[in-house]
Design a protein around this ligand. Structure first.
Ligand code: GLY
Length: 401
């Protein structure tokens, strides 16, 4: 090799290295903020056996018991920080906070065990598989299975509000199917898969309106399986577009397509995505109002959590879609992330009770968690940031399968 070719070789090598580095470090600045905020949250909460959820009306941090539906998100956030940094410090912290949820593996009183355990133990198992986590997750899947009704062909969501509903199924429940699909994959027992498929198909038949938006709650007769009511619980009105519900639908049908290859699920995820992406009330920065039918728009609060869920889902949906839509979904997800990473939504270090994102809405009808930080917004924001990087370097599909 002469001097010129050695020089050319070294230049090419350094270009490649900087190219890889720039992809990997695209969101480094955001992750620096995340690092400091998470450290602040850990300092604040390490002595407790509760988990951070949101900010109270008086500005204080709201910590919740392990049985609260949001308990798994902060452990999940710590796991995602471990995924990004690969530092043992975050893994140890994630393991410690995750263990606060251990007893929930036997909780049969809510469908939310899927959220709670799959975002904590499930994310942990994906990044650091262990027989202990596998057993806990399979026990959780068995707990979730007890809520399945073969007449309705759905998993019952809630036990509360019995005066309103006998057998409520909420669109959010689509997210809990990921645990069941996973359980069949690791155990070889197809019963989890069958329940997940039946639930997804029944929801497909009953939860969607002709314009492809979805209802929040569909109530069934548990004896006959007949639909009794189509309602909302957290939206503006029964017939309104509650943004987080649409987000759960896009994400839930995308993951169901990943697990089953059923084209009906891919089509539904795309239909809801198009509905949201082209909605005339969607603001320019792509962060939806909490409900797109709130008559106070444009004064109505935004919901950063819905945006984060949609963005994370769209990176995956882009993998499965044809070339035109792939680019469209990726660009839309990028726009959301760029808004969420701006000072309008991303908290300054040391502020926001150490949560990452501002401006989410939990339960507007109860005037609870309105325009506040909420932990699940942070979880899906981090997941979306990591998915964006994996999408761009071509590793996302492999990591999801
Ligand atoms: N799963 C409840 C919610 O989205 O608020």
């Amino acid at each position: 090799m002469n001097f010129k070719s050695i020089f050319t070789f070294l230049m090419t090598l350094s270009l490649c290295v900087s190219c890889v580095k720039s992809t990997k470090t695209k969101n480094d600045k955001v992750f620096q903020t995340i690092d400091l905020q998470l450290q602040g949250m850990v300092d604040e909460t390490s002595d407790s056996n509760r988990l951070p959820r949101c900010t109270n009306e008086d500005g204080s941090l709201r910590m919740v018991r392990a049985s609260d539906w949001t308990s798994g998100f902060f452990p999940g956030v710590l796991w995602l920080q471990y995924q990004y940094t690969q530092e043992d410090k975050w893994k140890t912290l994630a393991q410690g906070y995750t263990s606060r949820l251990e007893k929930q593996q036997f909780n049969t009183r809510t469908h939310d065990v899927g959220f709670m355990m799959y975002c904590s133990y499930g994310t942990g198992y994906r990044l650091a598989p262990s027989p202990e986590y596998k057993e806990i997750l399979l026990n959780t899947a068995n707990s979730l299975m007890t809520r399945y009704n073969p007449q309705v062909k759905c998993i019952r969501s809630w036990d509360h509000n019995k005066d309103k509903w006998d057998f409520p199924v909420i669109i959010d429940n689509m997210m809990n199917l990921e645990l069941l699909f996973w359980a069949t994959e690791v155990s070889g027992d197809s019963s989890y898969y069958e329940v997940a498929m039946n639930h997804a198909l029944t929801t497909l038949a009953n939860h969607f309106r002709p314009d492809n938006s979805c209802y929040h709650v569909v109530a069934y007769n548990p004896e006959t399986g007949a639909v009794e009511k189509k309602n909302t619980h957290q939206g503006y009105a029964h017939e309104s577009v509650w943004s987080r519900g649409q987000a759960w639908a896009i994400y839930g049908y995308t993951l169901s397509y990943r697990a089953s290859g059923d084209e009906r699920f891919l089509a539904q995820a795309e239909k809801v995505a198009h509905f949201m992406m082209n909605h005339p009330k969607l603001p320019e920065d792509k962060i939806p109002y909490w409900d797109l039918d709130d008559p106070t728009i444009p004064q109505a609060p935004r919901d950063a959590s819905a945006a984060a869920v949609i963005s994370s889902a769209l990176y995956e949906l882009a993998l499965y879609s044809d070339e035109d839509h792939k680019a469209e979904y990726k660009a839309f997800a990028d726009e959301i992330l760029s808004s969420l990473s701006s000072p309008a939504y991303l908290a300054e270090v040391g502020s926001n009770n150490h949560f990452l994102l501002k401006h989410s809405v939990g339960n507007m009808p109860k005037a609870d968690e309105v325009d506040e930080p909420i932990i699940y917004a942070d979880y899906y924001f981090m997941e979306a940031l990591l998915r964006q990087a994996d999408f761009e370097n071509g590793t996302l599909l492999k990591k999801l399968k």
